[in-house]
Write a protein that binds this ligand. Structure first.
Ligand SMILES: C[S@@+](CC[C@H](N)C(=O)[O-])C[C@H]1O[C@@H](n2cnc3c(N)ncnc32)[C@H](O)[C@@H]1O
Length: 265
């Protein structure tokens, strides 16, 4: 089924973590239909730009301000062009999406968001782990250390989030990793808590390192990783007996539900 592409609309598309084939079919079709393609070129593979139709205007956004980006999108949409804004991963997570939506809506420009594969979820896939193992962890926290360009609300300090003991995905924190790990341990994770460093997931130079939380900073330094990494933390990443034995009731032969009677093998 092909969806109608409406000229004069801005489509914000999540390109996924890196590999060009980890974009949705809808996202790819929009890139092919774009008259103007604005790409977050610091994290999005140039192969996406190469899929644009001949004559499409391709613009990198990494060296531009919000005003320049939204101004360019607004003008092109008002000319009746199909505008596609490509973000890494999913646009709704650390994608500076909100401020663009506010500006486009204020300008009366129709906008539609197309989701993408978030890099923490791509990291879980690459590691071959479930982030929500039954009876071990049923909550995933996506968060970051406070950085130079972004403050974090007090109630969301790493110390306070750590108290939940949930699975936690740490974004945008590779260069702040000593402080971040320190706060997570002060907040309640044991230094032995299983962790994984996922660098440039799905890119040709992807690196996956499993270690204990207390060793994360040293492992990253040793591997020379100081950007584009997600750090996953939590008991669900472990291989101890509790994790190995965990299973959901849904597929338990003794548990019946509308699609299967209890007692069937
Ligand atoms: C500006 S945020 C964008 C996040 C993106 N919207 C997402 O949904 O994954 C950039 C941060 O996302 C993470 N990231 C993005 N792509 C990644 C990848 N391929 N591998 C590991 N981490 C990645 C890193 O933490 C990086 O510092």
């Amino acid at each position: 089924m092909t969806r109608e592409v409406v000229p004069g609309t801005v489509y914000v598309v999540g390109a996924g973590p890196g590999a060009p084939d980890l974009i949705t079919i809808r996202g790819r079709a929009l890139i092919e239909a774009a008259d103007v393609l604005l790409i977050a070129d610091s994290l999005v593979d140039p192969a996406h730009a190469a899929a644009a139709k001949p004559g499409a205007r391709v613009v990198g956004s990494s060296a531009r301000t919000l005003e320049e980006i939204t101004g360019l999108m607004t003008e092109a949409a008002r000319r009746g062009e199909v505008v596609v804004r490509v973000h890494s991963g999913d646009p709704s997570v650390y994608g500076a999406l909100h401020e663009q939506l506010v500006a486009l809506r204020a300008a009366g420009v129709p906008v539609e968001v197309v989701p993408g594969v978030n890099s923490a979820l791509a990291a879980a896939a690459a590691l071959g782990v479930e982030l929500t193992v039954p009876d071990v962890a049923q909550t995933v926290i996506l968060t970051r250390a406070e950085g130079r360009a972004s403050t974090v609300p007090d109630a969301e300090s790493l110390r306070s989030l750590a108290a939940h003991g949930a699975t936690l995905a740490l974004f945008l924190s590779a260069n702040l990793i000593d402080r971040a790990v320190g706060e997570l341990i002060e907040g309640g994770y044991r230094p032995e808590t299983p962790a994984a460093i996922a660098y440039r997931v799905s890119w040709p130079d992807e690196r996956l390192i499993r270690c204990a939380l207390g060793d994360v900073a040293a492992s990253m330094r040793q591997a020379g990783i100081d950007r584009t990494a997600v750090v996953l933390v939590g008991a669900a990443l472990g291989d101890d007996a509790a994790v190995e034995a965990a299973r959901s009731r849904l597929y338990d032969p003794a548990y019946g539900h509308r699609y299967r009677a209890a007692g069937e093998a």
